[in-house]
Design a protein around this ligand. Structure first.
Ligand code: NCD
Length: 304
Protein backbone atom coordinates (compact mmCIF):
# COMPACT_ATOMS: atom_id res chain seq x y z
CA UNK A 1 0.00 0.00 0.00
CA UNK A 2 1.20 3.49 -0.72
CA UNK A 3 1.12 6.34 1.78
CA UNK A 4 -2.04 8.47 2.01
CA UNK A 5 -1.76 11.74 0.10
CA UNK A 6 -0.56 14.73 2.14
CA UNK A 7 -3.35 16.75 3.67
CA UNK A 8 -5.68 13.77 4.07
CA UNK A 9 -7.76 13.70 7.24
CA UNK A 10 -8.57 10.08 7.99
CA UNK A 11 -8.96 9.94 11.76
CA UNK A 12 -7.99 11.56 15.04
CA UNK A 13 -6.32 8.48 16.56
CA UNK A 14 -2.99 8.84 14.76
CA UNK A 15 -2.86 12.63 14.64
CA UNK A 16 -0.28 14.55 16.64
CA UNK A 17 -1.65 17.02 19.20
CA UNK A 18 0.21 19.84 17.40
CA UNK A 19 -1.54 19.02 14.14
CA UNK A 20 -4.94 19.14 15.85
CA UNK A 21 -4.11 22.47 17.50
CA UNK A 22 -2.92 23.80 14.14
CA UNK A 23 -6.29 23.02 12.55
CA UNK A 24 -8.24 24.53 15.46
CA UNK A 25 -6.13 27.68 15.26
CA UNK A 26 -6.59 27.92 11.52
CA UNK A 27 -10.37 27.53 11.98
CA UNK A 28 -10.38 30.60 14.19
CA UNK A 29 -9.18 32.62 11.20
CA UNK A 30 -11.90 31.29 8.92
CA UNK A 31 -15.09 33.26 8.50
CA UNK A 32 -17.69 31.98 6.04
CA UNK A 33 -19.36 35.40 6.15
CA UNK A 34 -16.20 36.98 4.76
CA UNK A 35 -15.40 34.75 1.79
CA UNK A 36 -11.74 34.48 0.73
CA UNK A 37 -10.81 32.97 -2.63
CA UNK A 38 -8.17 30.71 -1.07
CA UNK A 39 -9.38 27.69 -3.03
CA UNK A 40 -10.31 29.39 -6.30
CA UNK A 41 -10.26 26.91 -9.17
CA UNK A 42 -10.14 23.89 -6.87
CA UNK A 43 -12.65 21.07 -7.22
CA UNK A 44 -14.04 19.50 -4.08
CA UNK A 45 -15.80 16.17 -4.61
CA UNK A 46 -18.37 15.30 -1.97
CA UNK A 47 -18.96 11.55 -2.12
CA UNK A 48 -21.69 10.43 0.25
CA UNK A 49 -22.71 6.79 0.58
CA UNK A 50 -24.84 7.55 3.65
CA UNK A 51 -27.41 10.22 4.56
CA UNK A 52 -26.07 13.50 5.91
CA UNK A 53 -27.42 16.97 6.54
CA UNK A 54 -24.92 18.87 8.70
CA UNK A 55 -21.66 17.33 7.52
CA UNK A 56 -22.49 17.50 3.84
CA UNK A 57 -23.91 21.02 3.82
CA UNK A 58 -21.13 22.44 5.97
CA UNK A 59 -18.35 20.91 3.84
CA UNK A 60 -20.09 22.33 0.78
CA UNK A 61 -20.53 25.80 2.25
CA UNK A 62 -16.96 25.70 3.60
CA UNK A 63 -15.60 24.87 0.13
CA UNK A 64 -17.73 27.46 -1.65
CA UNK A 65 -16.90 30.24 0.78
CA UNK A 66 -13.25 29.78 -0.20
CA UNK A 67 -14.05 29.93 -3.91
CA UNK A 68 -13.86 26.20 -4.67
CA UNK A 69 -16.23 24.33 -6.96
CA UNK A 70 -18.15 21.46 -5.43
CA UNK A 71 -19.72 18.36 -6.95
CA UNK A 72 -21.93 16.08 -4.96
CA UNK A 73 -22.09 12.37 -5.75
CA UNK A 74 -24.57 10.27 -3.80
CA UNK A 75 -24.54 6.49 -3.89
CA UNK A 76 -28.16 6.44 -5.06
CA UNK A 77 -28.40 7.67 -8.62
CA UNK A 78 -24.70 7.06 -9.38
CA UNK A 79 -22.80 4.12 -10.89
CA UNK A 80 -22.26 2.85 -7.34
CA UNK A 81 -25.80 1.48 -7.65
CA UNK A 82 -24.64 -0.47 -10.70
CA UNK A 83 -21.96 -2.18 -8.64
CA UNK A 84 -18.92 -0.01 -9.32
CA UNK A 85 -16.22 -0.60 -6.72
CA UNK A 86 -15.03 2.07 -4.30
CA UNK A 87 -11.66 2.34 -6.01
CA UNK A 88 -13.12 2.51 -9.51
CA UNK A 89 -15.38 5.32 -8.31
CA UNK A 90 -12.31 7.03 -6.80
CA UNK A 91 -10.32 6.76 -10.05
CA UNK A 92 -13.31 8.14 -11.97
CA UNK A 93 -13.63 11.14 -9.68
CA UNK A 94 -9.89 11.78 -9.92
CA UNK A 95 -10.12 11.57 -13.71
CA UNK A 96 -12.86 14.20 -13.89
CA UNK A 97 -10.53 16.53 -12.02
CA UNK A 98 -11.21 16.25 -8.28
CA UNK A 99 -8.55 17.99 -6.17
CA UNK A 100 -9.86 16.53 -2.91
CA UNK A 101 -12.49 13.91 -2.06
CA UNK A 102 -14.66 14.21 1.04
CA UNK A 103 -16.16 10.78 1.68
CA UNK A 104 -18.78 9.31 3.99
CA UNK A 105 -19.05 5.55 3.83
CA UNK A 106 -20.74 2.81 5.87
CA UNK A 107 -17.52 0.76 6.04
CA UNK A 108 -14.66 1.54 8.39
CA UNK A 109 -11.46 2.09 6.43
CA UNK A 110 -13.06 3.17 3.13
CA UNK A 111 -11.42 6.65 3.23
CA UNK A 112 -8.01 5.08 4.05
CA UNK A 113 -8.29 2.66 1.14
CA UNK A 114 -9.09 5.55 -1.16
CA UNK A 115 -6.29 7.74 0.20
CA UNK A 116 -3.76 4.94 -0.21
CA UNK A 117 -4.62 4.59 -3.86
CA UNK A 118 -4.99 8.20 -4.97
CA UNK A 119 -2.56 11.08 -5.34
CA UNK A 120 -5.06 13.61 -3.97
CA UNK A 121 -6.08 14.14 -0.34
CA UNK A 122 -9.08 12.34 1.10
CA UNK A 123 -11.16 13.69 3.97
CA UNK A 124 -13.12 11.25 6.12
CA UNK A 125 -16.64 12.56 6.72
CA UNK A 126 -17.54 9.47 8.77
CA UNK A 127 -16.62 5.84 8.05
CA UNK A 128 -18.78 3.12 9.55
CA UNK A 129 -18.20 2.68 13.27
CA UNK A 130 -14.63 3.93 12.96
CA UNK A 131 -14.07 7.70 13.03
CA UNK A 132 -15.64 11.07 12.31
CA UNK A 133 -12.64 13.37 12.64
CA UNK A 134 -14.21 16.64 11.45
CA UNK A 135 -16.96 16.21 14.08
CA UNK A 136 -14.37 15.75 16.86
CA UNK A 137 -12.51 18.83 15.65
CA UNK A 138 -15.64 20.99 15.58
CA UNK A 139 -16.60 19.69 19.02
CA UNK A 140 -13.18 20.57 20.43
CA UNK A 141 -13.44 23.98 18.75
CA UNK A 142 -16.87 24.51 20.32
CA UNK A 143 -15.71 23.46 23.80
CA UNK A 144 -12.72 25.80 23.56
CA UNK A 145 -15.03 28.74 22.79
CA UNK A 146 -16.37 28.28 26.34
CA UNK A 147 -13.61 26.60 28.34
CA UNK A 148 -9.99 27.70 28.62
CA UNK A 149 -8.48 24.28 28.10
CA UNK A 150 -9.41 20.65 27.53
CA UNK A 151 -6.92 19.51 30.17
CA UNK A 152 -8.68 18.23 33.28
CA UNK A 153 -12.13 18.87 31.82
CA UNK A 154 -14.72 16.33 32.93
CA UNK A 155 -16.60 15.03 29.91
CA UNK A 156 -19.48 12.55 30.06
CA UNK A 157 -20.44 10.82 26.80
CA UNK A 158 -23.86 9.22 27.12
CA UNK A 159 -25.63 6.88 24.72
CA UNK A 160 -24.79 4.27 22.11
CA UNK A 161 -21.01 4.47 22.38
CA UNK A 162 -20.37 1.14 20.66
CA UNK A 163 -21.80 2.08 17.27
CA UNK A 164 -20.67 5.70 17.39
CA UNK A 165 -17.82 7.00 15.23
CA UNK A 166 -18.46 10.39 16.84
CA UNK A 167 -17.70 8.94 20.29
CA UNK A 168 -14.56 7.19 19.02
CA UNK A 169 -13.07 10.33 17.47
CA UNK A 170 -14.09 12.45 20.48
CA UNK A 171 -12.46 10.01 22.91
CA UNK A 172 -9.20 10.04 20.95
CA UNK A 173 -9.11 13.81 20.77
CA UNK A 174 -10.17 14.55 24.34
CA UNK A 175 -7.77 11.95 25.77
CA UNK A 176 -4.80 13.38 23.83
CA UNK A 177 -5.42 16.70 25.58
CA UNK A 178 -5.90 15.35 29.09
CA UNK A 179 -9.68 15.58 29.45
CA UNK A 180 -11.22 13.09 31.91
CA UNK A 181 -13.78 11.16 29.90
CA UNK A 182 -16.56 8.99 31.33
CA UNK A 183 -18.54 6.78 28.95
CA UNK A 184 -22.09 5.96 29.95
CA UNK A 185 -24.68 3.66 28.45
CA UNK A 186 -26.27 0.23 28.72
CA UNK A 187 -23.79 -2.66 28.43
CA UNK A 188 -25.01 -3.57 24.93
CA UNK A 189 -23.97 -0.10 23.79
CA UNK A 190 -20.89 0.10 25.94
CA UNK A 191 -18.78 -3.04 26.23
CA UNK A 192 -16.04 -3.03 28.90
CA UNK A 193 -13.48 -3.21 26.08
CA UNK A 194 -14.40 0.38 25.23
CA UNK A 195 -11.92 1.47 27.91
CA UNK A 196 -9.10 0.22 25.66
CA UNK A 197 -9.87 3.06 23.25
CA UNK A 198 -7.67 5.42 25.26
CA UNK A 199 -5.88 5.36 28.60
CA UNK A 200 -7.77 6.62 31.65
CA UNK A 201 -11.28 6.20 30.26
CA UNK A 202 -13.97 5.51 32.83
CA UNK A 203 -17.21 3.63 32.40
CA UNK A 204 -20.43 4.26 34.24
CA UNK A 205 -23.77 2.48 33.98
CA UNK A 206 -25.60 5.28 35.75
CA UNK A 207 -26.27 8.57 34.06
CA UNK A 208 -26.44 10.41 37.38
CA UNK A 209 -22.96 9.21 38.32
CA UNK A 210 -21.52 9.98 34.88
CA UNK A 211 -22.81 13.56 34.68
CA UNK A 212 -22.19 14.56 38.32
CA UNK A 213 -19.70 17.46 38.27
CA UNK A 214 -19.25 17.26 34.47
CA UNK A 215 -18.09 20.27 32.45
CA UNK A 216 -19.36 18.83 29.19
CA UNK A 217 -22.14 16.32 28.51
CA UNK A 218 -22.07 14.81 25.05
CA UNK A 219 -25.31 13.03 24.20
CA UNK A 220 -25.39 10.55 21.31
CA UNK A 221 -28.22 9.59 19.03
CA UNK A 222 -29.89 6.29 19.77
CA UNK A 223 -31.35 4.30 16.91
CA UNK A 224 -34.59 2.59 17.82
CA UNK A 225 -33.79 -0.40 15.60
CA UNK A 226 -30.51 -0.93 17.48
CA UNK A 227 -32.30 -0.68 20.79
CA UNK A 228 -34.69 -3.35 19.54
CA UNK A 229 -31.73 -5.72 19.30
CA UNK A 230 -30.97 -5.35 23.02
CA UNK A 231 -32.69 -6.37 26.23
CA UNK A 232 -33.56 -2.76 27.02
CA UNK A 233 -36.95 -1.41 26.08
CA UNK A 234 -37.36 2.08 24.71
CA UNK A 235 -39.06 3.12 27.95
CA UNK A 236 -36.21 1.68 29.98
CA UNK A 237 -33.65 3.53 27.94
CA UNK A 238 -35.53 6.77 28.36
CA UNK A 239 -35.89 6.39 32.10
CA UNK A 240 -32.22 5.41 32.65
CA UNK A 241 -30.24 7.38 30.09
CA UNK A 242 -32.29 10.25 28.68
CA UNK A 243 -30.72 13.65 29.37
CA UNK A 244 -33.26 15.53 31.44
CA UNK A 245 -33.07 18.88 33.22
CA UNK A 246 -32.88 17.01 36.56
CA UNK A 247 -29.79 15.11 35.38
CA UNK A 248 -28.25 18.21 33.83
CA UNK A 249 -28.52 19.94 37.22
CA UNK A 250 -26.06 17.39 38.64
CA UNK A 251 -23.35 18.67 36.30
CA UNK A 252 -21.40 21.91 36.86
CA UNK A 253 -23.53 25.04 36.66
CA UNK A 254 -21.86 26.10 33.44
CA UNK A 255 -21.81 22.62 31.91
CA UNK A 256 -22.29 22.45 28.15
CA UNK A 257 -24.71 20.03 26.50
CA UNK A 258 -23.52 18.77 23.14
CA UNK A 259 -24.91 16.41 20.51
CA UNK A 260 -23.57 15.74 17.00
CA UNK A 261 -27.10 15.58 15.57
CA UNK A 262 -29.49 14.55 14.29
CA UNK A 263 -31.21 14.84 17.67
CA UNK A 264 -34.25 12.79 18.52
CA UNK A 265 -36.17 14.90 21.03
CA UNK A 266 -37.95 12.81 23.62
CA UNK A 267 -35.54 9.89 23.22
CA UNK A 268 -31.91 10.61 24.10
CA UNK A 269 -32.71 14.07 25.42
CA UNK A 270 -35.76 16.09 26.38
CA UNK A 271 -37.06 19.11 24.51
CA UNK A 272 -36.08 21.32 27.47
CA UNK A 273 -32.47 20.12 27.44
CA UNK A 274 -32.18 20.53 23.66
CA UNK A 275 -33.28 24.16 23.90
CA UNK A 276 -31.81 25.18 27.26
CA UNK A 277 -29.22 27.99 27.48
CA UNK A 278 -26.49 25.43 28.17
CA UNK A 279 -27.20 23.60 24.92
CA UNK A 280 -24.40 24.08 22.37
CA UNK A 281 -26.09 21.87 19.77
CA UNK A 282 -26.79 24.62 17.23
CA UNK A 283 -23.42 26.23 17.89
CA UNK A 284 -21.69 22.93 17.06
CA UNK A 285 -23.39 22.95 13.66
CA UNK A 286 -22.41 26.59 13.09
CA UNK A 287 -18.80 25.92 14.04
CA UNK A 288 -18.68 23.05 11.58
CA UNK A 289 -18.26 25.56 8.74
CA UNK A 290 -15.02 27.34 9.83
CA UNK A 291 -13.56 24.04 11.05
CA UNK A 292 -14.24 22.39 7.69
CA UNK A 293 -12.86 25.45 5.90
CA UNK A 294 -9.62 24.86 7.83
CA UNK A 295 -9.66 21.13 6.98
CA UNK A 296 -10.12 21.80 3.25
CA UNK A 297 -7.56 24.63 3.15
CA UNK A 298 -5.02 22.36 4.82
CA UNK A 299 -5.89 19.42 2.58
CA UNK A 300 -5.25 21.57 -0.48
CA UNK A 301 -2.03 23.07 0.85
CA UNK A 302 -3.52 26.53 1.28
CA UNK A 303 -3.32 26.77 5.06
CA UNK A 304 -1.56 30.02 5.82
C1 NCD B 1 -23.32 11.64 13.11
C2 NCD B 1 -22.84 10.62 12.11
O1 NCD B 1 -23.35 10.50 11.01
O2 NCD B 1 -21.90 9.95 12.46
N1 NCD B 1 -23.93 12.75 12.55
C3 NCD B 1 -23.15 13.80 12.15
O3 NCD B 1 -22.34 13.69 11.27
N2 NCD B 1 -23.31 14.97 12.77
C4 NCD B 1 -24.03 11.08 14.26
C5 NCD B 1 -25.26 10.25 14.04
O4 NCD B 1 -25.71 10.05 12.93
O5 NCD B 1 -25.79 9.78 15.05
Amino acid sequence: MTKAARGSLLGIEHMEAAEILGLLKLARHMNPLKPRPLLRGKRVLLLFYEPSTRTRSSFEIAAKSMGAMTTLVLSSGSSIEKGESLLDTAYTLRAVGADVIVIRHPHAGAPLLMANNLDIPVVNAGDGMHEHPSQALLDAYTILRHKKTLKGLQVAIVGDIFHSRVARSAVHLLSKFGARVTLCGPSEFLPEMATSLAPGLRISRHTEEAVRGADVIMVLRVQKERLAGTKISLQDYISRYQMTMARLKLAKRDAMVMHPGPIIRGLELTWEVADCPQSAIVEEVRNGVPVRMAILAKALGKAR
